[in-house]
Design a protein around this ligand. Structure first.
Ligand code: ADP
Ligand code: MG
Length: 928
């Protein structure tokens, strides 16, 4: 039996193979195996020319690169030919052509002819099947439609013209008919062209034999389908009535039988070489017919069982594999979970429905101090919940058991050693498959330290805020010129309620738009990388009052995108005031120091100079006494004396200024001194172009001062006034009693000595002074007058006298409008009778008393001695104070008067006077 009645469809997936299909496959395989036994005849060798039909059907038979006929069949036949000493000649043609030639005896043997009943009538066939094959349907690689025979309905099928798989019994034409597929056929010259037609979609499918398909499908864009059909045996065919047929048939049968028996024979080598595997072509031993049937049945049963076994084993394996995978993942997740539970710093606790501990991890041990053994089976509420937290915890547990999925809460717990700790709990209800709550899983963190840190942080933050509020510096944060935050000092400084200030634009802080813009411009420099900016400006309070303000600004965070400006503001009104005062004081001090320096200088010279002058004037007087009043020499002496006196008055000024002159303050009436001076000297001094007006206070203007000094003050001021009015004008001299209060001094920035003062004002309508001149007039040697006219000592002397008498001097002057000097001297309340009634200078005096002259300068001493002797006095002289005391103590009679220089080396005149007062009270003293 060489036919199989059915075709078979094999699906790739072994799990879905239909049982019937499997059976068919098994049956078919068994038939083939059995059939392989029935073709083994030996042939005798005979030197012979054998013509072999050759056509293209790789790998079985084809032309190689060298245009030589090659392939499985040529190799096999050439092997046999060599053994049999045949000469092979290939007759090349097509399949159909070659078959015709075979029929016409033009060739001796044709390889690879499928055995069929019909063909066996036309050709003689070798006994043994050389190759087994079946046919298969191929389709284009992209085709996904065709999966079984049914899918070929109405399709165009490419096939090899006249091939057994198309035309033969069980060929595709027959199958198509049986299945009513209504296929059309594209009949081509070679299998290669069949594949090409599929590739190029000229046909929906194609059929080739299995050998060609296996070897060549991958070279084309085609793939095999599970549709196979027409298992065939390929054999050598011979002309049925050929001369050589019998001998060739015999020899080939013989050879093939031998080749098939030997597993290492060339036959098997060729199978391997050309078809990879040749299992189906294995030969089996010859067996009787009935045995075949038995074998078939056993085979079927065997295959059936093997299949069942295989399928069930496969299923078992699959299930086992699935379970293993599941187990593995379960094991791993359990391992992972327990590793987490063991190593996590989070306490993990499981409770049953009665709040009893079921699981208690090491972290829970660390948090609460109870070991797992101690905790297991204890009720949590009794173990770790303090009394005052029990209600809270109970309600949470109730919530969870009655269906709330999870809760998070922070509450206090108690540890094994009684510490109260703060814990952060996350609880989840555990449920079984039916959704019933079976317990509670809790994760817990001890956050006591964290809470404490938070509290400490809050505390320090509060302190910081309080610090900011308390700083005596206005602090503000400004963004886009709008106040975002400020401290209390700021709102207090600006006089706003704190809430009102918040969100205000910075514009409201400035009294004018210009100042606002100016400050804004300065602050803008922050944009260009300046770290901080300090400006002094003015701010305005809510009530409209304006104050001086120092502001410092910096960017709160220079890196940040939004520029928040930190403002530190300080009210500097007081500071400014004290600064101004300081400047004034400094100016005063430097003025005083300057005066002092000049004073020392002037005093030093003036004193010596004065002594010289006294000698000059004295000698002139002395000369005059002894000279005839009408002589010309007498006139010369008079002029010497006058020049000397003028010089003396100048030195007098210097000495007053340097305060080295001995002054004799007495209570005096300013009115009478002024009046006296005006009447005797002033009118003559100022000339006729100037009108002199005097206004005297009605009350006596009593002061305690040296009248000579006061005269000098009036004189100096008047002379200056005269000089300021070269074309005439008006000079006003005024006296007044005034009460100066604290406010008066404050307004002028002076040390306050409020009380009664006597004022002397000298006003002129002259040229006045500009500011620069006014600032310097009291400086010694400052003058605007031409050389020889001004000494620059007038006002500095006045200043010196006024200060010596604890008074004040102000000047009011405007260029072109005149000047007023006002001198204030402390007033004295005194009886008018105490006052000296002016001074009368005696020009001639004589006496007989004893006078002690004390003078370090010899010429002066001698002159005084001579003058006094000339007036009739008894005269004693001493070089210094010490000598004077010696004389006083050794002198027997009363010394009526001591005439002494004031400034002397060693004991000064004043010291001498003090000693006299205690030791010799009757002796009077006169300073010179
Ligand atoms: P002198 O009179 O020798 O210049 P003073 O010390 O008396 O020196 O005066 C200093 C300067 O003060 C004068 O040179 C003059 O410029 C100015 N001065 C003083 N008194 C007046 C006044 N009444 N009117 C205008 N200028 C004055
Ligand atoms: Mg002057």
């Amino acid at each position: 039996m060489q036919r199989v009645e059915s075709f078979i469809t094999i699906h790739k997936d072994i799990h879905s193979v239909k049982r019937t299909s499997l059976l068919s496959v098994s049956i078919m395989l068994i038939f083939f195996l059995i059939n392989a036994f029935f073709t083994t005849v030996a042939a005798e060798s005979e030197p012979l020319l054998v013509k072999v039909g050759a056509y293209a059907n790789p790998p079985k038979i084809f032309m190689n690169k060298n245009l030589k006929v090659a392939g499985f069949w040529p190799d096999l036949i050439e092997y046999i030919a060599k053994k049999e000493n045949w000469k092979i000649k290939y007759i090349r043609g097509t399949w159909i052509g070659d078959l015709n030639r075979l029929k016409n005896n033009e060739i001796d043997v044709m390889p690879d002819v499928a055995f069929t009943e019909n063909r066996s009538k036309l050709y003689a066939f070798s006994k043994t099947p050389v190759l087994l094959s079946w046919s298969r349907v191929y389709i284009n690689k992209k085709n996904t439609e065709i999966k079984s025979i049914i899918d070929l309905k109405n399709k165009k099928i490419a096939a090899l013209e006249g091939s057994v798989n198309l035309e033969g019994p069980d060929g595709f034409r027959e199958i198509a008919l049986k299945f009513n597929l209504n296929c059309t056929f594209l009949e081509l010259d070679s299998y290669r062209e069949v594949f090409k037609a599929i590739e190029e979609n000229r046909a929906d499918a194609g059929i080739t034999n299995r050998n060609f398909g296996n070897k060549n499908a991958r070279k084309f864009q085609v793939k095999m389908t599970p549709i196979i059909f027409q298992p065939i045996s390929l054999q050598f065919a011979f002309p049925i009535d050929g001369k050589k047929t019998q001998i060739l048939l015999k020899r080939i049968n013989n050879r093939m039988q031998k080749l098939k028996k030997d597993e290492n024979s060339i036959y098997y080598q060729l199978l391997k070489k050309y078809f990879e595997a040749g299992i189906t072509e294995k030969t089996v031993a010859v067996l009787p017919g009935w045995f075949k049937t038995v074998l078939q049945i056993i085979g079927v049963i065997l295959v059936f069982f093997i299949l069942i076994l295989a399928i069930s084993r496969m299923q078992v394996r699959k299930k086992t594999y699935e379970i293993r995978i599941k187990n593995e993942s379960l094991r791993r997740s359990t391992q992972l979970l327990s590793a987490h539970l063991l190593n996590t710093p989070v306490g993990a606790i499981f409770w049953d429905l009665n709040n009893k501990v079921v699981e208690w991890n090491p972290a829970a041990e660390a948090i609460f101090g109870y070991t797992k053994e101690e905790a297991i089976d204890k009720r949590g509420i009794e173990l770790i919940v303090p009394e005052d937290q029990k209600e809270l915890v109970k309600s949470i547990l109730n919530d969870l058991i009655s269906g709330k999925g999870s809760t998070q809460n922070i509450n206090e717990n108690i540890t094994r050693d009684g510490r109260r700790i703060i814990c952060d709990w996350y609880n989840t209800a555990l449920r079984d498959v039916n959704g019933r709550v079976t317990g509670i899983a809790s994760l817990v963190n001890d956050i006591t330290r964290q809470k404490k840190t938070e509290e400490a942080l809050k505390k320090s933050e509060d302190r910081l805020i309080r610090l900011f509020q308390a700083l005596p510096l206005g602090i503000g944060l400004v963004k886009n010129r709008v106040l975002q935050w400020h401290n209390e000092t700021m709102s207090r400084m600006l006089g706003y309620p704190s809430e009102e200030l918040h969100g205000k634009n910075a514009r409201i802080l400035y009294p004018t738009y210009e100042e606002y813009e100016q400050a804004g411009k300065a602050i803008n420099a922050l944009k260009y990388g300046k770290k901080s900016i300090e400006i002094e400006t003015r701010w305005v309070r809510k009530d409209g009052s304006v104050f001086d303000c120092n502001i410092r600004v910096a960017l709160l965070d220079p890196e940040a995108e939004d520029r928040v400006v930190l403002v530190l503001a300080e009210d500097i009104t007081d500071r400014k005031k004290t600064e101004k005062e300081k400047q004034k004081l400094e100016a005063q001090l430097s003025q005083a120091q300057k005066m002092e320096a000049i004073g020392v200088l002037a005093g030093g010279i003036a004193h010596d100079f004065n002594n010289l002058l006294t000698s000059i004037i004295g000698n002139a007087d002395f000369g005059l006494m002894n000279l005839d009043k009408n002589s010309s020499v007498c006139q010369n002496f008079k002029e010497i004396r006058e020049a000397g006196q003028r010089a003396a008055s100048l030195t007098h000024q210097l000495l007053a200024f340097s305060r080295k002159e001995l002054i004799l303050p007495e209570i005096m009436n300013l009115n009478s001194v002024t009046m006296n001076l005006v009447e005797t000297i002033l009118r003559r001094l100022i000339g006729e172009d100037i009108e002199l007006v005097t206004t005297y206070a009605p009350d006596p203007c009593n002061i305690k001062a040296d009248p000579g000094q006061i005269e000098q003050v009036i004189m100096n001021l008047s002379v200056n006034a005269r000089d300021a009015m070269p074309k005439g004008g008006k000079l006003t001299i005024e006296t007044a009693n005034v009460e100066l209060d604290r406010g008066y001094f404050q307004a002028r920035g002076k040390e306050s000595k409020p009380g009664l003062y006597v004022m002397l004002a000298v006003t002129d309508s002259g040229i006045g002074m500009d500011r620069e001149t006014r600032a310097r007039i009291f400086e010694p040697f400052f003058t605007t007058k031409e050389m020889g006219r001004g000494t620059g000592l007038g006002l500095s002397t006045v200043y010196g006298i006024v200060k010596q008498n604890n008074g004040y001097i102000w000047v009011y002057s405007e260029e072109g409008k005149g000047t007023t000097f006002k001198v204030y001297l402390p007033g004295v309340k005194a009886d008018i009778r105490d006052l000296q009634k002016g001074r009368s200078i005696k020009t001639s005096f004589t006496g007989s008393e004893t006078i002690l002259v004390v003078e370090d300068e010899e010429t002066l001493r001698n002159m005084a001695e001579r003058m006094l002797i000339g007036f009739g006095y008894k005269v004693l002289t001493a070089r210094n104070g010490k000598k004077a005391m010696e004389i006083l103590e050794s002198h027997d009679n009363l010394i009526h008067m001591v005439l002494t220089d004031v400034v002397m080396p060693g004991m000064s005149g004043r010291e001498l006077a003090e000693k006299l007062q205690s030791g010799f009270p009757e002796t009077r003293i006169l300073y010179m």
